[in-house]
Design a protein around this ligand. Structure first.
Ligand code: GAR
Length: 195
């Protein structure tokens, strides 16, 4: 049975696009049932609409508590029979309501070789630090910020004549190749397709 996915994103959505494109090419045996976005107006919302994916757009400020915000999202995911959640530039730390509803079934991508350079602007942090090798990490999500067991990593060199923009493009290209492959691997080695 095909796995049913939700993708959570806050911004441009190029990783959402990479996963959806891989599904369309038949490289991931799954369907994206829902795009959850916490930033009304984010470009990812239009990408999802173009891809025919249903969207849930909601702002944290419209809810009294983080718990209430997350319960609304969990409810929508359950209503769509979502089994796995992939964060793709979703810039929020998940709380108990999400983590307990989807234990070990929420995965994040982060643009550094974790545990180095957590949080915001990880690419810029690595660039300014002058490291020669950075990269990307795909990991299970826990209650920390960019912590949780690591599933896959890829190294990305920082060349002497790189600008931040050139480095960002190299990182994103690496993400768009590795994230879909890792999604496919996670789904295929899972002994059970969660519904
Ligand atoms: C990606 O580089 C992703 O790794 C990063 O946000 C970007 C989203 O780009 N995520 C984090 O920094 C999470 N801490 P996209 O919206 O084009 O997919």
């Amino acid at each position: 049975m095909k796995a049913k996915l939700a993708v959570f994103a806050s911004g441009n959505g190029t990783n959402f696009q990479a996963i959806d494109d891989a599904i369309v090419r038949g490289e991931i045996d799954a369907s994206i049932e829902l795009l959850v976005c916490d930033q009304p107006g984010a470009a990812v919302i239009e990408r999802a609409k173009r891809a025919g994916v249903e969207t849930l757009v909601l702002a944290r400020r419209d809810f009294p508590t983080k718990k209430a915000f997350e319960e609304e999202i969990v409810h929508a995911c359950q209503a769509h029979h979502v089994g796995y959640i992939f964060l793709a530039g979703y810039m929020r730390i998940l709380g108990k309501a999400m983590l307990e509803a989807y234990p070990h079934r929420i995965v994040n991508i982060h643009p550094s070789l974790l545990p180095s350079f957590t949080g915001l602007d990880a690419i810029g942090q690595a660039f300014r630090k002058g490291v020669k090798i950075t990269g990307i990490t795909i990991h299970y999500v826990d209650e920390g910020m960019d912590t949780g067991p690591i599933i896959a990593q890829a190294a990305v060199p920082i060349k002497d004549d790189d600008t931040l923009e050139v480095l960002e493009a190299r990182i994103h290209e690496t993400e768009h190749a590795l994230y879909p492959k890792t999604v496919a691997a996670i789904l295929s080695r899972s002994s059970e397709v969660y519904q």
